[in-house]
Design a protein around this ligand. Structure first.
Ligand SMILES: O=C(O)C(=O)C[C@]1(C(=O)O)C=C[C@@H](O)C=C1
Length: 333
């Protein structure tokens, strides 16, 4: 990001309006860009860096971009609320793919700055949380200067010597390891994240259309509102999945925003909407809940197939339906 707040361009891309346009959290070198590179190379797409997640998703809604790549969940922080909230409301969008990126951080500064001189660190709030223990131990009095992304402060420091960097309002930044070279910074401490195995999950967001075909190892994301003032409404909602053998890999509540005590549930269920058990569970939600938003069925990044319990395979639902038809037609008991 420039000092005026404008986002600096991502990696140089050949011109060409025919290439799909991907909005993502910039500037160049963010973990989000690493996720985008797993999806499509800069040669085959237009990379459109944005200042935040809402802007990236908004670019798809406005037609400025065809897709957005955004963080949705981290092993340390859980759900990325900016993403969950942007997808829960507004015009419908769907998730088309997920990508996992290992996350590590380096504390870096302009050339000439030493660790002992660091008083203020610029960092994305998620990065700050992911390095909290290291910071408390090594720099207990340091002040957090929030940044819009993991590379926004690196872009501000780029090309500055210690003296020239002094008026930026921070002395060092928590950045992805690759950003140190990209922006000509000096590492003050490496591997400063508290969790060495931290991973962030990113999703490709696009317009609703054809659902990606089932792979046998898929995930379905939903937003569900519960009936008001109904004892056991949450349990009843969960039972729609449980009785059909559908495992949930994530469920979290988010305020709907119109009144205190009103929450929606953001859910990742194992399986594809074309799986009988998943389809039946979602129909159950539709019957019982005032609002259900389908946010897509897409392949799991880890390609792990769900455990299918006795009586919940597609064939079991088909057989049961045929049996019911026969009973109703007086042909079976
Ligand atoms: O993509 C980046 O580098 C970001 O700054 C965003 C983000 C996030 O939104 O969670 C991505 C990965 C890390 O978990 C920390 C921050």
């Amino acid at each position: 990001m420039s000092e005026s707040g404008a986002v600096t361009p991502g990696p140089a891309t050949p011109a060409g309006a025919d290439r799909p346009r991907y909005a993502y959290l910039g500037p160049a070198g963010t973990f989000t860009e690493a996720a985008l590179r797993q999806v499509v190379s800069p040669q085959d797409a237009q990379y459109l860096p944005q200042t935040d997640v809402a802007a990236a998703i908004g670019a798809v809604r406005s037609g400025e971009a065809d897709y957005a790549v955004v963080a949705i969940e981290s092993t340390v922080e859980g759900g990325v609320t900016a993403t969950l909230d942007s997808l829960a409301g507004g015009s419908p969008l769907v998730l088309l793919r997920e990508v996992l990126v290992p996350v590590q951080f380096t504390l870096a500064a302009a050339p000439g700055v030493t660790l002992a001189e660091v008083r203020r660190i610029s960092a994305h709030p998620h990065a700050w949380v992911q390095c909290r223990r290291w910071l408390a131990h090594h720099l207990p009095r340091v002040v957090h200067v929030p940044a819009t992304s993991n590379t926004a402060p690196a872009a501000l420091l780029a090309g500055r010597a210690a003296q020239a960097a002094a008026d930026l309002g921070f002395d060092a930044a928590l950045v992805p390891p690759t950003a140190v070279d990209t922006y000509g910074l000096v590492p003050l401490a490496v591997d400063v994240a508290d969790n060495a195995t931290a991973v962030t999950r990113f999703v490709v967001v696009g317009h609703p259309g054809e659902v990606p075909p089932p792979t046998g190892a898929d995930k379905t994301t939903l937003v569900v509102h519960l009936p008001d003032n109904e004892a056991g409404a949450l349990l009843a909602m969960l039972e729609q999945f449980a009785v059909r053998g559908v495992n949930l890999s994530r469920i979290e509540s988010r305020p709907i925003g119109d009144a205190l005590g009103r929450y929606s549930f953001s859910i990742d269920a194992e399986g594809h909407i074309t799986d009988e058990r998943v389809g039946e569970a979602i129909m159950g939600l539709h019957r019982r809940c005032p609002h259900v938003r389908f946010l897509g069925s897409y392949p799991r990044a880890d390609a792990v197939a769900p455990t299918v319990h006795v009586g919940t395979a597609d064939a079991d639902f088909v057989t049961a339906r045929e049996w019911l038809r026969a009973v109703r037609g007086g042909r079976a008991t």
